[in-house]
Design a protein around this ligand. Structure first.
Ligand SMILES: [Zn+2]
Length: 320
C-alpha cells in the first residue's frame, strides 16, 4: 500500500501493507486518535486503496480515475456520514438510512465505503444498529469508523472491526513534514510547534497557521512604528508608540524583535539613516529592558524621549 502521505505511524503502515498483500483489506476499521492525528488522511488513503485500479503495492496510486475522485471528495461510492448538526453525534435514524443505502450496489467501483465521523460519540442504539450492519451487511460495503477515543466504541462493535490507532509523529519526521508545508518558517519555529503539539501534526499546523496571522499583524504594527520613527512628527510617534503599551507581556519581546528587523530593512533604502540608526539603538535597549520585565508604558516613554531628544539636539545643531 502507498501510505506515504500519512506522516509517522510506521507500525500501522506496515500492518496495513502486509494485510493488503495477504488476505486483503478488512471491511471494517476503527480509526482512533486525538483530533489532528491523521484519522481523515488515513481514511482517505483507505478509501483510495479500496477503489483504486492500480496493482496492490501502489494503491492508492493517486492518478487513476477512482483515486482522483476519492481525493477530490466526489467519488459516488464513498459516503461521509456526520451528525445532523455541528458537534452532534450520528443518530440511529442516520444509521438506518445508511443501512438502506448499503444494500444498493456500488455505482462505479467494486466497493462502497462509508466513513463515519465521531463513532465513539454515537449512542448505544445507534451503535447497535451499526453492529447489525457490520454483521450482516453486503460484502462490498466497507466501514471506517472515526473515533477520538477508540474505547468509546461498544465492545461488541469493536470486536467486529480492526482498530488502527494513530500515534504522535516523532519530532524529526514531524519537523520534516511541516517544512514542506511551511517552507518560509524557521527550524526553531517548526520545532517549537512540534513540541507544543506533542507530535500531533494537525495541532502543529493550526499553531503555525494561527501564529502566521499573529506574525502578519506584528509586521503591520512594526511597520507603522518604523514610519513614525523615521518621520519627525513627535505626536505621530507618541501615538504609534502606544502599541508597545498595548502589547501583552509575552508579545512585547517579539514585537520589539520584529521592529528591530524592519528598522534594519528600512535603513537599507531610506534617506533618514541617522534617525533610523538612533531608533535601532533605542529599540535594542528596550528589548533588553523587556527581557527584565520592564513596564511597557515606560518603554514607549523611553522610545519617544530618546527620539525627541535627538530632535532637540538636531534643532540645536541646525541653529548653530
Ligand atoms: Zn488509483
Amino acid at each position: 500500500m502507498e501510505l506515504s502521505p500519512l506522516a509517522g505511524n510506521r507500525a500501522l503502515k506496515t500492518q496495513l501493507s502486509q494485510q493488503e498483500e495477504g488476505r486483503g483489506l478488512s471491511h471494517a476499521y476503527i480509526l482512533s486518535g486525538p483530533a489532528g492525528s491523521g484519522k481523515h488522511t488515513l481514511a482517505r488513503l483507505l478509501c483510495g486503496a479500496m477503489l483504486c485500479t492500480a496493482p496492490a503495492q501502489r494503491r492508492p496510486c493517486g492518478h487513476c480515475g477512482p483515486c482522483k475522485k476519492v481525493f477530490a471528495g466526489i467519488h459516488p461510492d464513498v459516503a461521509v456520514i456526520a451528525g445532523p448538526a455541528e458537534g452532534k453525534p450520528i443518530t440511529v435514524d442516520q444509521v438506518r438510512q445508511l443501512r438502506a443505502d448499503a444494500y444498493i450496489r456500488p455505482n462505479e467501483g467494486e466497493r462502497k465505503v462509508y466513513l463515519l465521523e465521531g463513532a465513539d460519540r454515537m449512542n448505544a442504539s445507534a451503535q447497535n444498529a451499526m453492529l447489525k450492519l457490520l454483521e450482516e451487511g453486503p460484502a462490498y460495503a466497507a466501514f471506517l469508523l472515526l473515533a477520538e477515543n477508540g474505547g468509546g466504541v461498544l465492545q461488541t462493535v469493536r470486536s467486529r472491526c480492526e482498530e488502527l490507532s494513530l500515534t504522535p509523529v516523532p519530532p524529526g519526521e514531524a519537523e520534516e513534514w511541516l517544512r514542506t508545508r511551511f517552507p518560509d518558517r524557521s527550524g526553531a519555529d517548526l520545532r517549537r510547534a512540534v513540541q507544543e503539539a506533542q507530535g500531533i501534526l494537525g495541532r502543529a499546523v493550526s499553531l503555525l497557521e494561527g501564529d502566521g496571522g499573529q506574525a502578519q499583524e506584528r509586521r503591520a504594527q512594526a511597520d507603522a512604528l518604523v514610519r513614525a520613527l523615521e518621520g519627525t512628527d513627535e505626536l505621530a510617534l507618541f501615538e504609534a508608540s502606544l502599541l508597545l503599551e498595548k502589547a501583552p507581556k509575552e508579545e512585547l519581546p517579539r514585537l520589539l524583535d520584529q521592529l528591530y528587523l524592519q528598522l534594519g530593512e528600512r535603513l537599507a533604502v531610506s534617506g533618514e539613516k541617522s534617525r533610523l540608526l538612533k531608533a535601532a539603538a533605542l529599540v535594542r535597549k528596550l528589548r533588553g529592558a523587556a527581557e527584565l520585565n520592564a513596564n511597557p508604558g515606560q518603554l514607549s516613554g523611553w522610545l519617544c524621549a530618546g527620539m525627541f531628544l535627538e530632535n532637540e539636539k538636531g534643532r540645536m545643531q541646525n541653529a548653530e
